[in-house]
Design a protein around this ligand. Structure first.
Ligand SMILES: [Cu+2]
Length: 158
């Protein structure tokens, strides 16, 4: 009965037919993380707002880390630095990606139960939409790192 676990490509078609209301309609994609290194790890996921109202991710909760912070990596003078955001905008009609190198979700003090091949739950809290709990799959770091910082996305899954 978890809507978040159901991926509905049809929603894209529905979007075109949908008008008015001004309400966000969020679809959370598959979430992944890697085994923690040096007491930190990131959650990679996409959130698409199919509605016609803006929303924002305001908090992420999990039992498997001290905290999850919303971070933004910025390149300043060739140096990558990251800062914590209070919220991440999820504009209407757009897909927002959380991944290394840009906007990302940082697990602070992840605990030992986070193991390769396992999963853990996180609850995403939004400004307007109801909270959504999704499973995060723990994968190899190399599978997690998305080199497609630019437009050249290589997706072997098609
Ligand atoms: Cu970070």
């Amino acid at each position: 009965m978890r809507a978040a676990a159901v991926v509905l490509p049809l929603l894209v078609a529905v979007l075109a037919a949908c008008s008015g209301g001004g309400a966000p309609q969020l679809e959370v994609g598959d979430a992944q993380s890697a085994e923690p290194v040096s007491g930190a790890s990131q959650i990679v996921l996409e959130i698409t707002n199919h509605g016609d109202g803006d929303d924002a991710l305001v908090a992420v909760d999990t039992d498997t880390a001290i905290a999850v912070e919303i971070h933004l990596t910025e390149i300043d003078d060739g140096q990558a630095t990251m800062r914590e955001l209070e919220a991440a905008d999820l504009p209407a009609g757009e897909t927002t990606r959380f991944r290394p190198g840009g906007l990302h979700l940082m697990l602070i003090g992840p605990d030992e139960s986070i193991e390769l091949g396992g999963t853990f739950d996180v609850t995403l809290e939004f400004d307007r939409s109801d909270p959504v709990t999704v499973p995060v799959e723990v994968v190899d770091l190399l599978d997690l790192t998305d080199p497609a910082e630019d437009e050249e996305t290589v997706d072997p899954d098609g």
